[in-house]
Every structure is written in C-alpha cells, then in structure tokens.
Design a protein around this ligand. Structure first.
Ligand SMILES: Nc1ncnc2c1ncn2[C@@H]1O[C@H](COP(=O)(O)OP(=O)(O)OP(=O)(O)O)[C@@H](O)[C@H]1O
Ligand SMILES: [Mg+2]
Length: 233
C-alpha cells in the first residue's frame, strides 16, 4: 500500500511551469530521497504534497484515496508533517513553547515531549531559551521535533542537513534513522547524494521540474556517475 503519492502533477508559478507530470510515492515505513540541484523543483514537490501549492493537472493520493482538493491543515490531520527549508522556528518563543504549540496542534500518538527530549537531549538543555538563540543544527532538531509531536505517519524534510557541520549532520542522520526505525516514513530532500545514500531505501532524482531517474539505493550506486551529472551544478 502507498501512503502518500503525487500522480502526474503539473505546477505553475504564474506562467512558468515548475513541475512537469511529476509522479512520486512513499510507502509506510519507507525512507525515500528526492535529490536535485538548486532550483530543480524539490521544494515545489514538498509544497504540492502538503497542499501549499496547487497542481493544475494530476492528483494527490493518501492511502489510495484522492485528496487533491484538501488544504494543508486537513492533510496535516491525515498524518502528513512538513519541515520547511527555512525551519520556521518561532524566534521569540522558547524551545519549550515551540514544542508545546506542535503538541496542541497535532494528532494524538506516541511522540511526546519526553520522547523528543530523549532523541534530542539538547532541546531539554535549551528548554527556556528563545528559538533564535539556537545554532542552525539545534534549530533543525527543534523543527524535526515539532514535526514529530504532531504524530504524523510521514514526515517531509526539506534539506534538513543543508549548511550544517559534518558532526551535526551525523547526529541528524542517526536521529532520522531512529525515527524511521520506530516506524515513521520519511521523504528526505537533499541536493547531493551523501545523506540519501546512508539513509534512503529508494531515490528520485529531479531536474528542471521533472523526475529524471528513480530506483533503489543499490541501483543508484550502480548508476552513480550518470546521477552525479544530473545533480551537479
Ligand atoms: N513562489 C515562487 N514564485 C515563482 N517561482 C518560484 C516560486 N518558488 C519557486 N519558484 C521557481 O520554481 C523553480 C523550482 O523551485 P524550487 O524552490 O522548487 O527548487 P528547489 O529544488 O527546492 O531549489 P533549492 O535547492 O534552491 O531549494 C525554480 O525555478 C524557482 O525559481
Ligand atoms: Mg528548495
């Protein structure tokens, strides 16, 4: 069974077509990567999945049912969470307040404050600090924790490791591995192969708004030179 899918989606910004008949799916418990260079259309796909962009052609499906017409809040209640590229931490609220908002807004389920503190102990240490005093890595952890507290079935992550130091990237990779091991499906957007090769079961490569390649991680390894050309700047 497929959890979330886009089927032949076209998306325009004004007259400019950003996505061309994009189809992509995520199964329960899967880690799927979406890889592409700057401006390829990765964020546009995530925004289409969560309902922030409207597709003019094509469909959005949730567990096989048509949810093309639903709004972001309705898709969130179905069990889709989105961690945007800019993280959108409330800078004037404390770490704890940022987390509490997600708890109030979200679905009921196994992810609570204790569990996100165990995953990211630094969020407990920084509980009373304003969001904007966190480092980039800590803000990313807070953004992921907020997503988890809404108890989704799939978490959409837009370039979670971009611009972070290698040590922090390793910590995030480990955290994503644990989150997935506990059953959550992840769609991971990245600009390069480094993190996707470590984490993902399946991969999609996008360029100029169209899916150019898809396959398993082992298949990607075998076609690595071809894929590197598609995503290099
Ligand atoms: N709100 C918008 N209005 C107009 N054009 C947009 C808008 N958002 C994105 N675009 C354009 O759509 C195309 C795809 O953008 P998108 O943000 O999806 O790319 P991306 O793969 O996420 O890039 P990046 O790696 O820089 O985040 C680009 O040409 C971009 O300039
Ligand atoms: Mg983007």
């Amino acid at each position: 069974m497929t959890l979330l899918a886009l089927e032949d989606c076209d998306v325009f910004y004004g007259k400019a077509q950003a996505l061309h008949r994009v189809s992509l799916e995520i199964g329960p418990g899967e880690v799927v990567s979406l890889i592409g260079r700057n401006g390829a259309g990765k964020s546009t796909i995530l925004k289409t999945m969560i309902g922030l962009n409207r597709a003019t052609g094509g469909r959005r499906l949730w567990k096989g049912g048509d949810v093309t017409a639903l709004r972001p809040d309705q898709l969130g209640r179905l069990g889709i969470a989105y961690v945007p590229e800019d993280r959108r931490i409330f800078s004037n609220l404390s770490v704890d307040e940022n987390l509490r908002i997600a708890t109030v807004m979200g679905r009921k389920g196994g992810w609570d404050a204790a569990r996100v503190h165990k995953l990211f102990p630094v969020l407990r240490e920084r509980a009373t600090q304003p969001g904007d005093t966190l480092s980039g890595g800590e803000q990313q952890m807070l953004a992921i924790a907020r997503g988890l507290l809404t108890n989704p079935e799939v978490l959409l992550l837009d370039e979670p490791t971009e611009g972070l130091a290698p040590l922090i990237v390793d910590q995030l990779v480990e955290a994503m591995r644990l989150i997935n091991a506990e059953g959550m499906a992840l769609l991971l957007v990245e600009q390069n192969l480094r993190v996707p090769m470590k984490l993902a079961h399946r991969q999609y490569v996008i360029d100029h708004g169209a899916i150019r390649w898809t396959g398993t991680t082992a298949e990607l390894q075998a076609s690595r030179d071809e894929i590197e050309k598609l995503i290099s700047l």
